[in-house]
Design a binder for this molecule. Structure first.
Ligand code: G1P
Length: 249
């Protein structure tokens, strides 16, 4: 299994610090956040990690080059134009064959390792794709990919088959308040779907839209991981993350 960590975003919610420091390099204790995410992926059994960066974020590459053992498992791929999360993930397509674990570079998860649990949920469902979910306040649904599941909404630690998903819907159009929460374990077919994906919300190539097409071909499950997503892409979220990890990720 390969992990992809998209980390090419501009970090506009954390300016001015992100003029020179990528949000993924903000420290949680002594480690940059993205180091914590790489460790999460390795604990879940991935063989190699592809980090998607831009030329402005070379410092991420330099950081990992300072740790030869970790660096031997990480490759860097450049996203030259910022055309959306789906486009970022597609940049790794040539390198990846089988299932892929996608961990968003600005989403840390405190508590139990969600990637480890999602691998287990996938295995229990015949190797199906699994997306990490969390409930969000109804008035905030337009900030997220929103999921509709079969049957009742699962509580923490529960999963359900996904029947639909929509990227950043209006409050009126949202099928639920279950949000995509920064972690995906997807069938390798996602790359073929992304390669033909038309731009969606915001004129960007959305991973959510490609998963919506995957859903028509193969089962996809949503899993409410018991950990707590920490959005380090803005100062308030970063502060909360520091408290949640209590100085150590
Ligand atoms: C991305 C995804 C969205 C998801 C969110 C949080 O949005 O496109 O579906 O809910 O991450 O995991 P972004 O925060 O990059 O706008």
């Amino acid at each position: 299994m390969t992990a992809i960590i998209p980390a090419a975003g501009k970090g506009t919610r954390f300016l001015p610090a992100t003029r020179v420091i990528p949000k993924e390099m903000l420290p949680i204790g002594a480690k940059p956040a993205i180091h914590c995410i790489v460790e999460e992926a390795i604990a879940a059994g991935v063989d190699d990690v592809v980090v998607i960066i831009s030329e402005e974020k070379e410092i991420i590459r330099r950081y990992f080059e300072g740790d030869p053992e970790l660096a031997s498992r990480i490759r860097f791929v450049y996203q030259k134009e910022q055309k959306g999360l789906g486009h970022a993930v597609l940049q790794a397509a040539g390198d990846v064959k089988g299932p892929v674990l996608i961990l968003l570079g600005d989403a840390l998860v405190s508590g139990p390792n969600p990637s480890v649990e999602m691998v287990a949920v996938s295995k229990a469902n015949g190797g199906a794709s699994v997306i990490g979910m969390e409930q969000v306040p109804q008035e905030k649904v337009s900030r997220y990919g929103i999921i509709a599941v079969e049957g009742s909404v699962p509580t923490a630690g529960g999963s359900a088959r996904i029947v639909d998903l929509v990227e950043k819907p209006s409050v009126e159009d949202a099928p639920s308040n279950l949000a995509i929460a920064g972690r995906y374990l997807l069938d390798g077919e996602i790359f073929a779907l992304l390669s033909t994906q038309q731009p969606g919300h915001g004129g960007e190539i959305q991973l959510t839209d490609a998963i919506r097409r995957l859903l028509e071909r193969k089962p996809v499950y949503g899993y409410v991981y018991p950990g707590k997503r920490q959005d380090i892409g803005n100062p308030a979220g970063y502060f909360t993350a520091l408290e949640a990890f209590n100085g150590n990720c």
